[in-house]
Design a protein around this ligand. Structure first.
Ligand code: ADP
Ligand code: ADP
Length: 227
């Protein structure tokens, strides 16, 4: 469903240039659970952003299903993101002045769904992540783990085929981290949602079916077990 062919990315120019990714090729099949790991600065976030069409590759091709995202304009990519992809971040990225259900509903509202339907579906998504009883709370009234659940509800509201998560457990204690990964695994088992998780945590990486390790912008390991 995702195919990356010889993709490179350089930030900056001349003396100040950083080669963040060098000729990276990989394929991610529907339903896979993938950890992207490696030392700080090795290119993990860059790879995730390119895969999600959030940044432009300098060279190479990236396919999301039938769409060649390296050839699409921003608006077309945004449409694909909204309809097929969910995003989860280390720091949740919730809007502080909106309640849990309003945060979860945001992608639908942005795509023009009526408030009534968005609310119904946000409630369903919150139930899915075990937070139905907290729908009217604001982020400041929720714990870190609960806020990450709201963020996951927002990620799944469009019923995405793939979830991209950038250090989703980086701000959580280890028990809460376990629960959040458990929730993502449940979505994978139940709905076949593909998971691509950038993580420093070997415990998280080991729970994925596949581990891709980057070093200096290159893939140095791609397989079932950590190195
Ligand atoms: P990781 O997520 O593995 O820590 P990144 O993908 O964030 O690595 O970064 C890879 C390399 O690219 C690093 O050397 C980083 O400093 C550099 N980099 C990332 N984003 C930018 C940017 N916007 N401008 C310049 N350099 C960047
Ligand atoms: P990092 O944690 O590596 O600093 P961020 O998590 O701040 O990166 O943001 C990653 C990128 O994703 C940013 O370019 C941001 O604009 C984009 N982004 C943030 N939230 C969403 C969202 N809900 N949907 C799509 N893109 C998003």
């Amino acid at each position: 469903m995702i195919r990356v062919s010889e993709v490179s990315k350089t930030y900056g120019k001349g003396e100040a240039a950083t080669r963040a990714l060098r000729d990276v090729s990989l394929t991610i099949a529907k339903g896979e659970t993938v950890a992207i790991t490696g030392p700080s600065g090795c290119g993990k976030t860059t790879l995730l952003h390119l895969l999600a069409g959030l940044e432009e590759a300098e060279k190479g091709e990236i396919w999301a299903g039938e769409a060649l995202i390296t050839q699409l304009d921003d608006q077309e990519i945004a449409k694909i993101r909204l309809s097929r992809m969910g995003f989860v971040f280390q720091t949740y990225h919730l809007v502080p002045v909106l309640t849990a259900w309003e945060n979860a509903a945001l992608p639908l509202i942005a795509s023009g769904v009526s408030t009534k339907e968005a609310r119904t579906r946000a409630m369903e998504a919150l139930k899915e992540v075990g937070l139905a009883d907290k729908a009217h709370r604001y982020p400041s009234q929720l714990s870190g783990g609960q806020n990450q659940r709201v963020a996951i509800a927002r990620a799944i509201i469009g019923k995405p085929s793939i979830i991209w998560a950038d250090e989703p457990t980086g701000a959580l204690d280890s028990d809460t981290a376990d629960q959040i990964i458990g929730l993502l695994e449940m979505l994978n088992r139940h709905y076949g949602t593909t998971l691509v998780i950038v993580t420093h945590d070997p415990k998280v990486a080991d729970r994925m079916s596949r581990i891709i390790r980057l070093q200096n912008g290159r893939i140095v390991h791609d397989g079932g077990a950590a190195l």
